[in-house]
Design a protein around this ligand. Structure first.
Ligand SMILES: Cc1cc2nc3c(=O)[nH]c(=O)nc-3n(C[C@H](O)[C@H](O)[C@H](O)COP(=O)(O)OP(=O)(O)OC[C@H]3O[C@@H](n4cnc5c(N)ncnc54)[C@H](O)[C@@H]3O)c2cc1C
Length: 188
């Protein structure tokens, strides 16, 4: 199958290389900052959409007015940044693992396999998707049963955690986190 790898991070002339957080800004193939590839902070630091807006513009969002009379707006109905998209996606993927059968039929195995393959081509953060496809080429998706898929997914999530400098999650605990709730009862 033809590989749909994007040109990674071509910085358009006159546009900044780094955002407010110090992370590299990711631009899409049209030279626009990619919303789902950057944090909101970085996205806003290179677009006209400053986080400081007039109170009138903040009507639809959760706003906190600063001493200067401007409003720092964090609306709750905007397109997702790389972090919100990631959190929501991991929630979906681990929840699929939690409800995947212990003894799946051949048809269910095929559905899961094609879902992960399609997902790896369609994930909106394109450079995340590029890396994910590379990772699942090295360690093919395991769909044999719930435990197998849950462990595989946990490992994949840990690869991303490591890349981002985050602590590794203890995969022995994935079912407590995503299926049964913690043993201390706080999810009951
Ligand atoms: C396929 C994919 C690739 C991504 N690639 C990138 C990337 O290249 N660059 C980038 O900036 N962001 C990437 N992201 C987003 C990134 O992984 C995080 O979702 C985002 O940074 C928000 O992180 P978070 O700290 O809120 O927790 P998340 O990493 O989103 O995790 C949510 C919750 O899952 C639990 N958890 C953590 N690790 C595991 C694990 N191993 N197994 C089971 N549960 C776990 C924890 O309770 C955590 O609070 C990617 C997301 C996906 C789905």
């Amino acid at each position: 199958m033809a590989e749909d790898k994007h040109e990674k991070n071509q910085v358009p002339t006159g546009m900044p290389t780094f955002g407010a957080s110090g992370r590299k800004i990711i631009y899409d193939e049209n030279g626009k900052p990619c919303r789902s590839c950057n944090t909101l902070l970085d996205f806003r630091s290179v677009t006209k959409n400053s986080s400081l807006v007039t109170p009138a513009k903040a009507a639809a969002g959760v706003a906190a007015t600063s001493a200067a009379g401007t409003t720092d707006i964090t609306a709750n109905d905007c397109p997702p940044d790389v972090e919100e998209l990631g959190r929501s996606t991991w929630t979906l993927l681990h929840s699929i693992a939690a409800t995947y059968p212990e003894n799946p039929t051949p048809e269910q195995k095929n559905y899961l396999k094609s879902f992960i393959t399609s997902f790896s081509h369609l994930y909106p953060c394109f450079y995340c998707a590029d890396d994910f496809r590379e990772n699942i080429r090295k360690d093919e998706v395991k769909v044999g049963n719930r435990d197998e898929f849950g462990q595989w997914l946990c490992d994949q999530h840990n690869i991303v955690n490591e890349k981002l400098g985050k602590p590794k999650f203890d995969c022995k605990l994935w079912k407590e986190r995503w299926k049964d709730g913690w043993k201390d009862g706080r999810c009951d």
